[in-house]
Design a binder for this molecule. Sequence first.
Ligand code: CAA
Ligand code: NAD
Length: 298
Amino acid sequence: FSSSRAMAGAIKHVTVIGGGLMGSGIAQVSAAAGQKVCLVETNDKLLEGANSRIHESLKRVAKKVYKEKPAEGDKFVEQTMSRISGATDASEAVKNTDLVVEAIVENMAIKQKLFATLDAVAPKHTIFASNTSSLSITEIASQCQRKDRFGGLHFFNPVPVMKLLEVVRTNDTSDDTFKKMMEWGQEVGKTCITCKDTPGFVVNRLLVPMLAEAVRMLERGDASPRDIDTAMKLGAGHPMGPIELADYVGHDTTKFILDGWHEKMPENPLFNPLDTLNKLVSEGKLGMKTGEGFYSYK
Ligand code: CAA
Ligand code: NAD
């Protein structure tokens, strides 16, 4: 235990709300780092799905980290899984927790309602954080009393692999809360950066306009999807090209982010709606998760 970790009030128990793509990854890295985790979903079937996703991903990690020692790898998987419990009642789950990380649907009203409900029942010291991709943390926290104990913890997909964590502080986030969020982020194995509560923080504010520009290139017929992707992989060192990455992120997500920012900042042409994206979403071609986007994954 480092001196800061042993400090009274350090985060040891985390409640992750939403066990989808991001929430299951957040629960996984927290438990792998020794935290007690409660994962909250809306029903038992979704909880089971989250658990099996975590189990599969842990096996991948173990295979890599404990390559020469498979028995130790099995133990790592088993011990990590044993630190994760499941729940379907968020109000009950937060009664004994130090940190709540919310990773539910990207909808302001639903997030506000969830946090307002939890604010009334969570212990006083509990820190609330949202993993939102594009919404204002200040607005999400607006119906809570604990604005000083509220911030953003923005992870990246796939959570077990991506090394960055954006730690977002609002004008109301206290120094103590911010320090605890940074320490927790480091403890769960991420490199943390400090962000203000601005649209998209750092990564998405740069990434989303780049994806949109790549789609505009396609719309103009400047280059093929494969050539745009090859260009950015081999010419700019990106692990995925922007068209491939748009399929990976999901066109519903990118459209939602762009539309939200366009509504708030109509003067900024970077956020203008994209006909191609709107068409793909209306056809249900959301990218890798549906088997088809710009590319086919069937
Ligand atoms: N769990 C555990 N390990 C995983 C994993 C998972 N879910 N997914 C991948 N891995 C591991 C693999 O086991 C593999 O490990 P080794 O190299 O040691 O064998 C490693 O990660 C690489 O995986 P793959 O070989 O399957 O594939 P890859 O080399 O093509 O890498 C990738 C896949 C990590 C996704 C890489 O392509 C990449 O970094 N792409 C860019 C992803 C990105 O930009 N993410 C951010 C999206 S934006 C966002 O998240 C923010 C938002 O708000 C929308
Ligand atoms: P997802 O759809 O995979 O998962 C959301 C989960 O939340 C679902 O399983 C749903 O059943 C559950 N849920 C909804 N309401 C709930 C409630 N009231 N209580 C408990 N569970 C509830 O979504 P995701 O991709 O994991 O995204 C979650 C959040 O993370 C969003 O705010 C998103 O913007 C953000 N985010 C997404 C990515 C990404 O690449 N997908 C990256 C970073 C941040």
